[in-house]
Design a protein around this ligand. Structure first.
Ligand code: MF3
Ligand code: CO
Length: 251
């Protein structure tokens, strides 16, 4: 069941999106060679709490941290720990905050210092896939128009779309209906209506799209060890178009 949000609820979700985005900005400016992913997690948690929010991920189905920190071949759900970033790595930071009962959820993948040309291209293509996906999320269109926008763009650039994880509705819970796959033919699935709020999150690999989950039950890595990138925004469908709730100061 898709839960449409009222104008008053959207205002609260805007605040959740803003807290999430500002906390991620703090993490982003902390990323450098030599830092551990645990230190980045601490920056995120402090920033979320200082803004009056609650880390959305911590305790979610037993998840132990406030961010997912996914380095290189880790696609999503990397658990922060003692790993030190090295020049040339790419790291996806996925972060969520609950403010006044509503969730914000977003992710960006960053280069650590100078990265390979291939890595840079992967980041650019995955970012542009998210941009196109959001542009496709217009009222009156359907969920799989978002999916197709991602898949067609990514595959045209020689990369692959992960199938095992999807975007999702979001609101008073982090995961609500509908599921928002990053692949599939256009024109299918629920119609996009004003009041729907979606977390759109393309996950893209350099090589094969298959992923496997490590023994910790969370860390999802590419089966072939190739690099992966992940970008996510929380967006609201409105009468007049689509509003990105997790970009309070543009991007
Ligand atoms: N952005 C991720 C998602 O949409 C965050 C989940 S991480 C978890 O599912 F640890 F909280 F599960
Ligand atoms: Co999400």
């Amino acid at each position: 069941m898709i839960i449409l949000k009222t104008a008053a609820e959207l205002e609260r979700m805007r605040r959740a999106g803003e807290v999430t985005a500002r906390a991620l900005a703090r993490v982003a400016e902390t990323i450098r060679p030599g830092i551990t992913t645990r230190e980045l997690d601490r920056v995120a948690e402090e920033a979320i709490r200082a803004a009056g929010g609650i880390p959305a991920f911590k305790g979610y189905r037993g998840y132990p941290a406030s961010i997912c920190a996914s380095v290189n071949e880790v696609v999503i759900h990397g658990i922060p720990g003692d790993r030190r970033l090295e020049e040339g790595d790419i790291i996806s930071i996925d972060i969520g905050a609950v403010v006044d009962g509503y969730y914000g959820d977003m992710a960006r993948t960053y280069p650590v210092g100078a990265v390979s040309e291939q890595a840079r291209r992967l980041l650019e293509v995955t970012w542009e896939a998210l941009e196109r996906a959001i542009a496709a999320a217009q009222p009156g269109r359907r969920v799989s128009d978002i999916s197709w926008a991602v898949q067609s763009y990514v595959e045209a650039h020689g990369f692959s779309v992960v199938r095992d994880f999807t975007g999702h509705g979001i609101g008073r819970q982090m995961h609500e209906d509908p599921s928002v796959p990053n692949y599939g033919r256009p024109g299918r699935g629920p119609r996009l209506e004003p009041g729907m709020v979606l977390a759109i999150e393309p996950m893209v690999t350099q090589g094969n799209p298959s992923v496997r989950v490590l023994g910790d039950g969370w860390t999802a890595v590419t089966a072939d060890g190739s690099l992966a990138a992940h970008f996510e925004d929380t967006v609201a469908i409105r009468e007049d178009g689509v509003e990105i709730l997790t970009r309070p100061y543009g991007e």
